[in-house]
Design a protein around this ligand. Structure first.
Ligand code: HEC
Length: 113
């Protein structure tokens, strides 16, 4: 993760967004990815939501896609209005995820179902 002190408030906002309940299902990112990773949601295992594989090839997309595309999918999944591609909120979430994955190896290009 980037260490520039000027990023702190954006990273803090990303952490706040990660923990805020959204959508008609009223779930936060953390409800699934911190509190219930490893369990099943329908046919999928809930991962820890690390950004280390992006951009990656997703079978469901039949192409390579960005981390923002993945985050928007999760927002749509809880029936929230997804942030637009390039929105400041998505960038803040990406910053938080990068901080949260500190120390993990980069694995891109990765593959996901
Ligand atoms: C209802 C549970 C749920 C919520 C809430 C949720 N996700 Fe997810 N998320 C999933 C599942 C399930 C997958 C894996 C989907 C698959 O493999 O098809 C996933 C995948 C991801 C991945 C990809 C991880 C990888 O290894 O490729 C990231 C990153 C992610 N979510 C971030 C978020 C963020 C940020 C939020 C909040 C805006 C969020 N998710 C909200 C269930 C959730």
């Amino acid at each position: 993760p980037a260490t520039d002190a000027r990023l702190a408030r954006f990273r803090d906002n990303g952490r706040r967004l990660f923990q805020s309940r959204i959508g008609q299902l009223e779930l936060s990112c953390a409800s699934c990815h911190d509190d219930n990773w490893g369990k099943r949601l329908g046919g999928s295992v809930i991962p820890q939501a690390h950004p280390t594989g992006y951009p990656l090839y997703r079978l469901e997309w039949q192409t390579v896609g960005s981390l923002q595309r993945r985050l928007r999918n999760c927002m749509i999944g809880v029936r929230a209005e997804p942030f637009a591609f390039g929105a400041a909120e998505l960038v803040d979430l990406e910053l938080h995820l990068t901080e949260r994955a500190r120390g993990l190896l980069i694995e891109t290009p990765a593959v996901r179902p």
